[in-house]
Design a protein around this ligand. Structure first.
Ligand code: GRF
Length: 211
């Protein structure tokens, strides 16, 4: 059975969606940099081992990342799933687990990397917004894209309404991306992910316009 380690910083709804997705994998641990992350309780209640590696206990990013990497490595994961993990990882960390770290980002990358993606999407007047699952490389919010889901931006959207519409898609596509990884359907080729012919949708999901 393949093994996942999930990293969270807060609410943990993407983590919960992964836990509930009945994947053919063991979630070896959920680890948070934030001892107050709500998702830790959700994971614990679901019977998953939880750990805290608090970034505040470390003098710098390098020290924190080494402690985090050593904690993760003890679980020998096939894949590290970043699910609302709000720390920027060092190159050293990313190279140690190269090709084995996935992230979900709440925008259609490469548009809107970074924070406040929903507000920025509304401000820019885009008509389509969405979310992206990608492999993590040292370039923040870049890296080979596995799957994206698009949602319409509606005239009366505010940040919260749009975020909720995107989040629903996040929960669907993250489990799908991980399932493809576990089934050996993904190959990283430079900055692209090649999906095997068996992958339906070819990594693109478009949610219908509401009636
Ligand atoms: C999600 O929108 C995720 O894409 C972003 O942070 C949010 C985390 O939400 N990186 P949750 O903790 O998974 O509920």
């Amino acid at each position: 059975m393949k093994r996942l380690v999930i990293l969270i910083s807060g609410r943990g709804s993407n983590m919960q969606a992964v836990l509930e997705a009945k994947l053919n994998a063991t979630v070896a641990a959920v680890i948070s940099n934030n001892p107050a992350a709500k998702g830790l309780t959700v994971a614990h209640d679901a019977g998953v081992e939880t750990r805290v590696v608090n970034h505040r206990d470390h003098a710098d990013r390098t020290g924190f990342d080494r402690a985090l990497a050593d904690t993760i490595a003890a679980y020998d994961p096939d894949l590290i799933v970043l699910a609302g993990f709000m720390r920027i990882l060092t190159r050293e960390f990313i190279e140690r687990f190269s090709g084995r770290i996935m992230n979900i980002h709440p925008s259609l990358l490469p548009a809107f990397p970074g924070l406040e993606t929903h507000r920025r999407a509304i401000d820019e007047g885009v008509k389509l917004h969405g979310c992206t699952v990608h492999f993590v490389t040292p370039a923040l919010d870049h890296g080979p894209i596995v799957i994206q889901a698009a949602v319409p931006v509606l005239p009366d959207d505010d940040e919260d309404r749009l975020a909720a519409r995107v989040l629903e898609q996040e929960h669907a596509i993250y489990a799908q991306a991980i399932r493809w990884f576990l089934d050996g359907q993904l190959a990283i080729d430079g900055n692209r992910v090649k999906l095997s012919a068996a992958c339906r949708y070819a990594g693109a999901m478009i949610s219908p316009l509401p009636r």
